[in-house]
Structures are given as structure tokens and as C-alpha cells.
Design a protein around this ligand. Structure first.
Ligand code: FEO
Length: 405
């Protein structure tokens, strides 16, 4: 892997992870993910953010560093904006190769260096606004940006090149190959990346949207020429695009998001599915865009993506053993954990010999503060009148979504 020059003194070293693995042990990454590190050179040399030993990342990092003409033992400082192990898992190996490099992070970050990696020497905790002079006029400034998405997170600013290093913030799933910059991608490729960016945001960052807004406020006065995150595209042509995109995503958390509907359904023998089809006919008739996700077939990562950005939801499931269909119970639990609030929602479903999903569902969604339309349940297979009622329910939901502000 080669190094990519951002300025005369700043380089991106990235590792593409294509392993058939899960991000955070949960989220599928069929398009892979990149782990981006950066070299900033003055008289002293700083490496910003690291990697874990994953999918050949150590060799990719070593090759890219070699491409800059720098060896590991020449690195003076390792700056850790965030301690999650995708950026730090290789820290003990790095320390062996760069024994003199001082490790710099927030106080909370330094505590995590000690607890995760049992490294206790050569550490420096920095405070909000503190600077690091690399010489030759190169001064880095650290700004605390807590909870994006761990409590210890900070961003690093290089005023000379106008580069912001925000670690996970402004990141995306997806590997980069030989093209790391926004101006190296076509419109169609950007559209694909944008989807992976939203999925990354919904999976990883959405719960911390208020902190995204605070962090953007904090860097608002900076003349940012390049946003250099630790996952995904480096934005040197249009850095405002990715910042604006993150602000848009952060606003979804407050509702009502896009005037779209995400239909999430599960069915045991097709009776609830018939109801879903009728509801979707009603939604389509009102002209509201919708997405459809079957559980458990579809991984919740993609369900979260569309649910997060949609103002309206349909939750359709049968009663199963006097309670919710278990895969839907699991999805709703993820929604609770990810604070999927402020939605307008229709619940429907079939029951066999007795209901039960309703009570279970209402308890599950209580913390989510959804606006619920009157639900519609039926025994066994839906008859014509029920299907008509369901289609009308779809229309009612679509009109409600169009009316939300
Ligand atoms: Fe990319 Fe939160 O680590």
C-alpha cells in the first residue's frame, strides 16, 4: 500500500480490510472498511491513529510508512484520537518498533492505553486546546470531542495544512484501494459510499448525534481544507460535504427525518406477509417512498440504516407464543439501544389461537416515544375486509408521514 500526500508535510497511510468479518463484532462489512492513519512531519514526526492486526493491516501500514521514507523508529509521537481497538489493537507491537515514540491522548484515552495494553510509560495526557509543536512551524492542536463515539475521543487539528483529523467522525464503511480522496471518485461511486456512510453512522454513531453537533460547533471556526477521518474517504476538495452530511444525519436523531417509510416485517406462514403487502399498496398509492426489510433474513445493520433516516415505520409481525415474534423483539431491542426515537409508526400482525404481541410490543417501544397509529391485528389469514382496512392503514401512515414537520 502506498502513502498518499495531503500536503508537503501530511500523508495518509491506509489499510483496506476486506476480511469476511464483522465491524465491532456485530456489523457486516461486505464493502470492507479502511483504517486510515496519518503522518505529520515537522522536525519531529507524528503518527495519528493506528490500526489493529486485522486483514493484513500491519503490513499495509508498514508498506505505506516505508513509502514516505520514514521508519517506525523515527516516529516521535503517536497521537491516539480514540482508543477503540480498531485504531489501537496493534499498539504493543507498535511500541516495540517505536520504543521512543510518546503516546498522546486525552486523560481518559491514556487510562485506556493502560487498561487495554498495559503500557504505563511514555504516555502524555493532553487537555482541550493543548498544542504539540513539531518544529518547522508545524503545530498540532488537540480538541476534546467526547462521545464520538467513546468518552475519551478528541480531534487533532493541523492549522498549517488546514487538515482536521477527527478519527471515527466523518467516516464511512468501504475500502479505498488506490483512490483515497473525494475528488477521485465519480458521482455514482460517491452515491454508493454515501449509503455505506449512512449505514456506518446509523450503526456506530447515531446514538451520539448530539455530540456530533457539539463537535462540529467546536471546529466551526477553523478553516478546514481537508477532513481526514480514520475510516473511508479523505475529503480535500469538498470537506463541507461530509460535515454537512453528518449534521444532516445527526438531525435525524431528533426527528422527523426523511419523508419515507421503512417497512420491517417477519412472518411465520405468510399471513402477516399478506397484511404487509396490503399496507405497502396503500403507502405506494400515496406516493411516499418506502423500503422493505424482512427479519430475521436481513441483518439489522441495513434495517437500522433505513429506519434511522425514515420518518415513518411499519412494524409487522405475528404473535409467537403469547408474545412478539422473537426476531422482531431483537430488532426492537437494537432500536432501543440505538435511541431510534421520534418515528410515526403503524404496527400490524396476525395471531393464531390467541394474541399477545401487542402487550409485549407496547412495553418494548415505551422508551422510544413513537407516535403510534392504531394498530391492526387479525386472527389467522386476513379476509378481504381486513386487507382493505390494512391498505387504508398504509394510506393513513403515508399521509401522516407527509404531514410531519
Ligand atoms: Fe473506528 Fe470507534 O473506532
Amino acid at each position: 500500500m502506498k502513502a498518499h500526500k495531503i500536503s508537503d508535510s501530511v500523508y495518509c497511510l491506509h489499510a483496506d480490510i476486506e476480511a469476511p468479518d464483522l465491524f465491532e463484532g456485530i456489523w457486516p462489512i461486505p464493502q470492507g472498511v479502511s483504517l486510515n492513519s496519518y503522518i505529520v512531519k515537522g522536525e519531529k514526526i507524528a503518527l495519528i491513529d493506528l490500526i489493529r492486526d486485522w486483514g493484513g493491516a500491519p503490513k499495509q501500514l508498514a508498506d505505506a510508512l516505508k513509502d514516505t521514507g520514514i521508519s517506525f523508529d523515527q516516529v516521535d509521537y503517536l497521537i491516539l484520537n480514540h482508543l477503540e481497538p480498531d485504531h489501537t489493537g496493534w499498539l504493543r507491537e507498535f511500541r516495540q518498533k517505536s520504543p521512543k515514540a510518546e503516546i498522546i491522548s486525552t486523560a481518559k484515552g491514556i487510562n485506556l492505553v493502560k487498561s487495554f495494553y498495559k503500557i504505563t510509560e511514555g504516555l502524555r495526557a493532553v487537555k482541550d486546546g493543548e498544542t504539540l509543536d513539531l518544529g518547522k512551524g508545524k503545530v498540532l492542536t488537540f480538541r476534546e470531542a467526547p462521545n464520538i463515539h467513546w468518552p475519551e475521543t478528541m480531534v487533532t487539528w493541523d492549522g498549517e495544512s488546514g487538515t482536521l483529523f477527527p478519527c471515527d467522525a466523518f467516516g464511512s464503511y468501504g475500502i479505498l484501494g488506490d483512490r483515497i480522496f473525494d475528488d477521485e471518485y465519480t458521482e455514482a461511486e460517491h452515491a454508493a459510499f454515501e449509503k455505506e456512510c449512512l449505514r456506518y453512522y446509523a450503526n456506530i454513531v447515531a446514538s451520539f448525534s448530539a455530540f456530533v453537533e457539539k463537535a462540529v460547533e467546536k471546529v466551526a471556526g477553523l478553516e478546514i481544507k481537508c477532513v481526514a477521518p480514520s475510516h473511508g474517504i479523505v475529503w480535500r476538495k469538498n470537506p463541507k460535504t461530509i460535515i454537512g452530511r453528518y449534521l444532516k444525519y445527526a438531525a435525524y436523531a431528533k426527528g422527523p427525518a426523511e419523508k419515507e417509510i421503512a417497512v420491517i416485517w417477519g412472518s411465520m406462514y405468510g399471513n402477516t406477509k399478506q397484511g404487509v403487502d396490503a399496507v405497502v399498496r396503500g403507502i405506494a398509492a400515496e406516493g411516499v417512498p418506502y423500503t422493505i426489510h424482512r427479519v430475521p433474513d436481513e441483518n439489522v445493520s441495513w434495517v437500522l440504516m433505513d429506519v434511522y433516516k425514515s420518518a415513518g415505520l411499519v412494524i409487522a409481525m405475528p404473535t409467537y407464543e403469547y408474545a412478539m415474534f422473537p426476531p422482531m423483539a431483537n430488532v426492537l431491542d437494537i432500536f432501543r439501544r440505538k435511541h431510534i426515537t421520534g418515528k410515526t409508526v403503524l404496527r400490524i400482525g396476525s395471531w393464531g389461537w390467541v394474541g399477545g404481541a401487542k402487550k409485549d410490543y407496547e412495553a418494548a417501544i415505551e422508551p422510544l416515544k413513537w407516535t403510534s397509529l392504531e394498530s391492526l391485528e387479525w386472527a389467522g389469514a386476513p379476509d378481504e375486509a381486513t386487507l382493505k382496512g390494512l391498505e387504508e392503514k398504509g394510506r393513513e401512515l403515508a399521509r401522516a408521514v407527509l404531514a410531519v414537520r
